[in-house]
Design a protein around this ligand. Sequence first.
Ligand SMILES: [Zn+2]
Length: 261
Amino acid sequence: MTLQMTAVNAGPLTCPKNTLAAFATGEITIPSTVAIFQHPQHGVVLWDTGINDAVADPERAEAYWGAGNKEKFGADHFKRDDAIDRKLDKLGIQPKDVRYVVYSHLHLDHAGGMSYFPNAVHVVQRDEVRNALFPADWTSSVYCGPDLRDIRKLNVLEIDGDFDLFADGTFRLVKSPGHTPGMQMLFVTLPNRGRFILGGDVGHLRDKYNEMIPMPWDWNAAEVNLSRKRVQHWERLGIPLFLCHDPGDFAKLPTDGTHWD
Ligand SMILES: [Zn+2]
């Protein structure tokens, strides 16, 4: 087997565009992209984990995400089958089979599945762990305490800066602060497809990312600008970038079991 990837939407959200980019108008339904890799030597690797299944349960959503947040973040259409454990099950993958979980950052639409994978190595930037556990007040609602409840028990591989995960060039993590202090992107090299970048939340909506507009919960807009400059340089070199939440970017990815390799 060669290294291959499929993607799933583990967190559909419907929200005003101005929650995703400052001053934008109108409403939009967006995906929360999770990428699932099968690595010939290192097994199943996840890039992000989407939204926790508790949010699909009317009895538990408020307690889990906090009062008013399900409505605020537009998760009314998020269903139990959207959660990453069910998406993996459809692909014949059990949670115990997941060897690595790599996080772009720990917001509630990315770290929701952390507790599903007790046997995995969880790879995250040190600054992100620190910030998620004690965020600045105005971003605190985007970090969900229950998502992170197992973090002290899990095997967390903390990194600080760029990192070649398997020392084989296949997964290169690029620290890209701005949206959060410890945001990172995943620079992937597949044997046939070649290089591309999973950008996490370096931008949310493709047009606003191109215009360099920040989003309201960005931790540091100046750092967002610097991180975008770097990845836009790579795009100009012809390396495709896929934003986690842009519907057009998601539509270009192989999904639900179709693969790139
Ligand atoms: Zn996000």
